[in-house]
Design a protein around this ligand. Sequence first.
Ligand code: HEC
Length: 89
Amino acid sequence: MKKINNKTWIMIAASAILVAIAINGCVESKLVAAKSGAQLWAENCQRCHNTPSPNSFSHEQWATIGLHMQTRAQLTDKEREKIVAFLSQ
Ligand code: HEC
């Protein structure tokens, strides 16, 4: 029988890690999908400053601020949309 060398083991380990990361990634996005705009706002928008109150800006202003803060908070488009929808109520 052919002996499995170290290189092969490293390949197997690396593939297992990649599969684990991929599966985890899907779980993560399901979690994000389950979160409401209010929850995402509370979790992401007070890291750098006080959480802005929903009634401090108009819908148009929130849409612009959302785009600006999306890059700062490193949010996905979906997360930004939910937060802006919550803030524009
Ligand atoms: C990584 C840090 C960071 C995160 C996270 C962050 N902000 Fe900000 N925010 C800033 C900084 C810095 C400023 C002031 C300078 C600027 O406008 O870029 C600011 C300014 C603001 C302002 C003031 C704009 C104005 O014209 O007075 C609002 C409103 C705001 N952020 C909302 C949010 C919302 C909503 C979120 C969540 C989606 C958020 N921020 C997440 C850093 C952050």
